[in-house]
Design a binder for this molecule. Structure first.
Ligand SMILES: Nc1nc2c(c(=O)[nH]1)N[C@H]1C(S)=C(S)[C@@H](COP(=O)(O)OP(=O)(O)OC[C@H]3O[C@@H](n4cnc5c(=O)[nH]c(N)nc54)[C@H](O)[C@@H]3O)O[C@H]1N2
Ligand SMILES: Nc1nc2c(c(=O)[nH]1)N[C@H]1C(S)=C(S)[C@@H](COP(=O)(O)OP(=O)(O)OC[C@H]3O[C@@H](n4cnc5c(=O)[nH]c(N)nc54)[C@H](O)[C@@H]3O)O[C@H]1N2
Ligand code: SF4
Ligand SMILES: [Mo]
Length: 852
């Protein structure tokens, strides 16, 4: 048994390059239950991050009582991380919403029945549709945590039922930049790489990605290579000393710690070095890319010395990182929030694509790009068009694509909004603020904690002109502002599919009944469509399905012939073995491990998802301009100069604020905060300062400080950490409201949410807001009563551990880790792969012993 709070990644199963990742099955059951007691195991995949680990849910007496990794799944080979082990199911015995709530005459939220709640929504909806604003009065703000079937159904309702362009997900805050970067470089969203690239690679570059804490199982996969005989070198680009940065040092790689907001200068220098040294695949560049000359001239001025000055990192470290990229036979890159949540997000993420294109490191084992997702189902929100885009990566600006959808749905093409780009989330909130959106339907997200500039978000949610529907499993901070609260069934309580970072699709079967009268999001939207009586051109109901499988079958038709082709999948096919990566169709019945193996990109004007943008300004190219480039299957090398972030440190606000995550919590903690093991591991907010900054401010570990920006203020105890000088880090997990029996911050208490401080600014192309840079000042307000509650196990570890108790889980956090001698699951193969495939060395579990 292993305490997986204390030992986040569990026991190593090291192995050699080009051999399969051994299987290790992790399981954790409620302490009152043994394996023999379990009534049944229900197949699913974890929804607490984008990794998509296959798991089985243990059910006893109609309750979820534990979870076990699936040995047969190509994603996780049996493993689970702390959130999956403890957080995926432990909330299911707690304070759920069980009945709809509406505002009574006194302004209080009171319980009611479904008819009353839905009637209120439909009445408001009809009223608003009858005004001049029509469908533009309706906004939908959803999630990266619902199921594919739910997004697709909502997409059809929004586009073909109502006809509103105002629909987006919190995926805008999350991985809109992943989509944007892939669209700009390759013509379409769709991840080129595969997790199995880890087995074959010689170097892993992690850009603004603390994978060790945020995709713990993927990190286990890397650690098992790092601890094996032929380890890859790691390069970490992160201002904090994360476990990834530590691994970079340990493997002879590099840790580059740029000042937040300077990624693009660093990337330009890396690209320049690679070009300057001729570490290029010139044939690949000539045959399969466009834009080399412009790229070369744009990066020209970014010598290592110049970038070093902007980023405040040693120039030699930039040289060394470029050399590792330029000279390793195979390189795998991952990109996440340190890049995506910044002002030149798309430009910097495209620069990662550029590096791979320059060396032709794409579509081959070990040479992946993972423009990561964060949320478990963010990919599906993007695929299905619940983020405003047209479903199946169609181009809103291409009339043929609009016509295809109109035919599929049997509606007038003019119903489908396509006169302008879809409205992005921050603009939707702006329309709510201005009053042109009168109905905002929020599902599966908690913006009163997760949006930037919370003082403003609270003002908007309180506006009388805005009618808000909140659909959630819990009475969240946001739900407390709603006019109608709809109780949603959550994971395990409903059925559906979702797709992870490397395009692997999983089915999650229903394990238990939802509590009380809670309903799935799918059922809620189907009910809304019925009550609104949305019809197609022949007068038949617009939405022609009534259950998840029916929605999935309809979605398959929508994807036919597109890159994101699901036509070869079915619920039955997804049961039993492993998740399957799309495209799955007649040519690739078992799925597709890597895209672009043939270097044919999705850039032809007739198929591409966008005609592209200027990365510096966000200005869009017209169809004519795009056609004139004659991309026709070639990828774009897109360039942009560095510009400083809109808000930098100055005299009054001398620090750069960065925000992010800890391994033990998921976002606003509605699930992980209800897991005893996770709550105790990271019970409250903290403010991380470097040792140097703490000394200059004369604050010690645990002293309470006030952090203030131009928008607002929050406070918390100080962790003297291992970050770089000039940077303050605050985890964004902690809002006001809390669950019974916890540390219970209440509305009257001092604010502690990181987003009191952040600003409403976004990347010009992806429109993703910048959570990683704001200017703040820090003032001490009280002496310490003890060390801060920050975990000691990962990036928030103290610079000096003296007097800080280590983070442990104790016996209740015991996890069974079972090494298997079985053959590890094999990923889908493409014909092109066969020559290059690693030999099937069999499982190498010898290095693993059960740890008692
Ligand atoms: N434990 C846990 N795991 C999660 C989640 C969670 O809430 N908790 N959420 C999931 C979701 S939705 C997401 S989107 C992912 C996010 O996963 P990550 O992106 O890995 O997480 P973050 O902590 O937001 O940010 C990553 C790193 O960016 C660094 N950074 C900040 N500013 C800069 C900068 O200017 N440049 C560079 N290069 N780096 C910078 C931070 O120091 C931080 O270590 O995690 C997913 N997994
Ligand atoms: N300062 C700062 N702010 C950030 C970030 C940051 O790094 N720094 N990261 C941003 C990112 S990347 C993200 S992804 C967002 C996350 O921000 P949010 O999405 O607001 O955070 P969650 O707590 O995951 O909220 C999801 C909600 O959906 C509910 N839910 C879960 N499953 C279901 C379901 O099946 N149906 C319904 N109806 N509800 C469900 C949960 O109970 C929860 O209330 O935060 C963003 N905000
Ligand atoms: S890595 Fe992500 S998907 Fe896998 S168990 Fe952890 S939280 Fe769940
Ligand atoms: Mo995210």
């Amino acid at each position: 048994m292993t305490d997986r709070i204390a030992d986040i990644w569990g026991t190593r199963t090291p192995h050699e390059k080009d051999t399969p990742w051994p299987v290790r099955v992790d399981s954790h059951l409620d302490s009152s239950v043994t394996e023999q007691d379990v009534d049944r195991w229900v197949q699913s995949a974890c929804v607490l991050c984008s990794n998509g680990c296959g798991c089985d849910i243990a059910v006893k007496d109609g309750r979820m009582v534990g979870v076990r990794g699936r040995a047969t799944d190509t994603v996780n080979h049996g493993r689970l991380g702390p959130k999956g082990l403890y957080g995926s199911w432990q909330w299911n015995r707690t304070d759920r919403l069980t009945r709809p709530l509406v505002r009574d005459a006194g302004g209080n939220l009171v319980e009611t029945d479904w008819d009353t709640a839905m009637d209120r929504i439909v009445e408001r909806s009809r009223q608003l549709l009858a005004t001049d604003a029509g469908a533009l009065s309706h906004g939908f703000y959803t999630s990266g945590q619902l199921f594919l079937e739910e997004y697709y159904t909502l997409g059809v309702i929004g586009k073909a039922g109502l006809g509103t362009p105002h629909m987006d997900g919190n995926t805008r805050l999350c991985t809109a930049t992943a989509a944007a970067a892939m669209k700009e470089s390759f013509g379409s969203d769709g991840q080129p790489g595969s997790y199995s690239d880890i087995e074959a690679t010689d170097a892993v570059f992690l850009y603004g990605h603390n994978m060790a804490e945020t995709q713990t199982v993927l990190w286990m996969r890397i650690l098992d290579r790092v601890h094996g005989p032929t380890p890859p070198r790691i390069v970490a680009v992160d201002p904090r000393t994360t476990p990834v940065a530590e691994a970079a040092r340990a493997t002879g790689g590099v840790h580059l710690a740029p000042l937040p907001g300077t990624n693009q200068a660093l990337m330009n220098a890396l690209v320049r070095e690679v070009i300057h040294h001729g570490w290029l695949d010139e044939e690949y560049i000539a045959a399969h890319t466009l834009g080399f000359d412009e790229l070369r001239s744009t990066v020209g001025p970014y010598t290592p010395e110049h970038a070093a000055e902007i980023c405040r990192v040693p120039a030699d470290d930039i040289r060394r990182a470029a050399e590792i990229f330029g000279t390793s036979e195979r390189v795998l890159s991952t990109v996440l929030q340190g890049f995506y949540q910044s002002h030149q997000a798309t430009a910097a993420s495209c620069a990662v694509n550029n590096l791979h294109l320059l060396r032709g490191l794409l579509g081959r084992p070990g040479c992946g790009i993972l423009q990561m997702n964060g949320q478990p189902t963010a990919q599906n929100n993007r695929e299905c068009g619940a983020d405003g885009d047209l479903p199946a990566f169609r181009n809103w600006d291409n009339p043929d694509h609009v016509r295809e959808l109109a035919e599929l749905w049997n509606v007038d093409p003019l119903t489908i909004p396509h006169w302008s780009p879809p409205t992005h989330a921050l603009q939707i909130w702006r329309y709510c603020e201005q009053g042109s959106i009168g109905l905002l339907w929020i599902a599966g997200t908690n913006p009163a904690v997760s949006m930037p500039d919370l003082p403003r978000i609270r003002r908007i949610l309180q506006q009388d002109s805005l009618f808000t529907v909140v659909q959630d499993g819990f009475l969240t901070e946001t739900a407390r502002y709603a006019d109608v609260v709809l109780p949603a069934a959550l994971w395990g309580e409903k059925q559906g599919t979702f797709t992870n970072v490397d395009r692997t699709v999983h089915l999650s079967d229903q394990a238990i009944e939802p509590p009380g009268e809670a309903r799935s999001d799918l059922d809620i939207w189907l009910d809304y469509a019925r009550r609104m009586d949305f019809r197609d051109r022949d007068g038949a109901p617009l939405v022609k399905w009534s259950d998840p499988e029916g929605a999935f079958e309809a979605w398959k038709e929508c994807t036919r012939g597109r890159l994101v082709d699901y036509t070869g999948l079915s619920y039955d096919k997804l049961r039993g073995g492993t998740g399957i990566p799309w495209p799955v169709n007649e040519e690739a019945p078992e799925g597709t491990e890597r895209l672009y193996s043939d270097a044919q990109f999705a850039t032809h004007p007739d198929v591409c998802e966008t005609y592209g943008h200027d990365l510096l300004t966000g200005g869009a190219l017209s169809e004519q301009e795009y056609r004139a480039l004659r991309p026709d299957g070639r990828a774009f090398l897109k360039a942009a100069a560095y510009v400083p972030p809109p808000e930098g440190p100055g005299e009054e606000y001398p620090f750069v604020l960065s925000t992010g995550r800890t391994v033990y919590h998921f976002h606003t903690r509605t699930k992980t905060g209800r897991s005893r093991s996770l709550r105790r591991a990271a019970p409250g907010v903290w403010v991380e300062l470097s040792a140097g900054d703490a000394a200059r401010l004369a604050v010690g570990e645990g002293d309470v400080v006030r952090v203030e920006s131009r928008r607002g203020a929050m406070q918390g105890p100080v962790r003297i950490g291992r970050g770089r000088d000039g940077v303050v880090f605050v985890p964004f997990h902690y809002g006001y409201w809390d669950q019974p029996g916890t540390d219970g911050a209440a509305p009257g208490d001092a604010p502690r949410a990181a987003n009191e401080l952040t600003l409403t600014e976004w990347d010009p192309v992806s429109k993703q807001p910048m959570f990683k840079t704001a200017a703040v000042k820090v003032t001490k307000i009280a002496d310490a009563t003890g060390p801060s509650p920050a975990p000691t196990t990962a990036a928030s570890a103290p610079a000096d551990p003296t007097g800080v108790p280590p983070t442990v889980g104790g016996p209740e956090a015991d996890v069974r880790e079972q090494p298997y001698a079985a053959e590890p699951p094999q990923p889908a193969r493409q014909p092109e792969d066969s020559g290059e495939q690693p030999g099937s060395g069999g499982a190498t579990t010898s290095a693993t012993g059960p740890k008692d």
